[in-house]
Design a protein around this ligand. Structure first.
Ligand code: FES
Length: 189
C-alpha cells in the first residue's frame, strides 16, 4: 500500500468515526435549527392530539388537577409549527399561588407551558402528577418541576426543562408570549 492509499484509508476511517460522533451527538443534542421552527411570540396554541386536535387551547379545557395536555403553536398565518419535534409543547395547570414567584410572569392563571422534550436524552415527556406537581419522563425516570421553571427534581436529567412564556388570548385562549427560556432538548446543565 503506498502513502496515498494509506492516507485515503486513514481519512475514510476518520470520517466513519466523525460521522458516528455527529450522528450520536445529534441524537442527544439541544436544538440547533432555525428559530422559526419553534414557538414564537404571537403564536396561538391549539390542542396537539386526540379527537379535538387543532382546536384552540382554552383555560376552561385545562382544569386545576387535570391531565397533561399536548399543544402545538400556530403562527399568525395559521400554519402549525410542527416541522420539528423540538417544537412540541406540554401544558399543565396548578393553583396560581403554587407557581414560583419568579415564574408567574410566564404562567396564565396557573397554566404552565414547557418543552415536551426531555433534557436527558430527548424522549417525549408524558407523565404528570398533580399531587407532587412533577412532570416525569418514562425513559429513565427524570422528574421536573414546571411551577419552578422546569427545575430538575430527579435525575438523570441535569438540565431544566425549557419554559414557554404564555399570555391570555381572547375568550380564555392561550397565546405564546415569547420563545422557550432555554434551548429545548438535551444539553449541559
Ligand atoms: S430521556 Fe428522559 S430521563 Fe432519559
Amino acid at each position: 500500500m503506498d502513502r496515498g492509499e494509506r492516507r485515503a484509508q486513514g481519512l475514510d476511517r476518520r470520517s466513519v468515526v466523525m460521522g458516528a460522533v455527529a450522528c450520536c451527538a445529534a441524537g442527544h443534542a439541544a436544538w440547533a435549527g432555525p428559530e422559526e421552527l419553534l414557538p414564537q411570540k404571537g403564536d396561538r396554541l391549539v390542542l396537539g392530539d386526540g379527537a379535538k386536535a387543532g382546536q384552540p387551547v382554552t383555560l376552561d379545557g385545562l382544569p386545576i388537577g387535570g391531565d397533561l395536555v399536548e399543544a402545538v403553536a400556530v403562527d399568525p398565518q395559521g400554519v402549525k409549527r410542527e416541522g420539528s419535534r423540538f417544537a412540541k409543547i406540554i401544558l399543565v395547570r396548578v393553583a396560581p399561588e403554587q407557581v414560583a414567584e419568579d415564574q408567574r410572569a410566564h404562567a396564565v392563571d396557573g397554566v404552565l407551558a414547557l418543552s415536551a422534550i426531555c433534557t436527558h436524552q430527548g424522549c417525549t415527556i408524558s407523565g404528570w402528577s398533580h399531587e407532587t406537581r412533577r412532570l416525569s419522563c418514562f425513559c429513565h425516570h427524570s422528574e421536573f418541576l414546571p411551577a419552578e421553571g422546569g427545575r430538575v427534581a430527579k435525575g438523570p436529567a441535569r438540565k431544566r426543562l425549557p419554559v414557554l412564556p404564555l399570555a391570555k388570548g381572547e375568550g380564555g385562549t392561550l397565546m405564546v408570549a415569547g420563545g422557550f427560556t432555554t434551548k429545548p432538548g438535551p444539553g449541559p446543565a
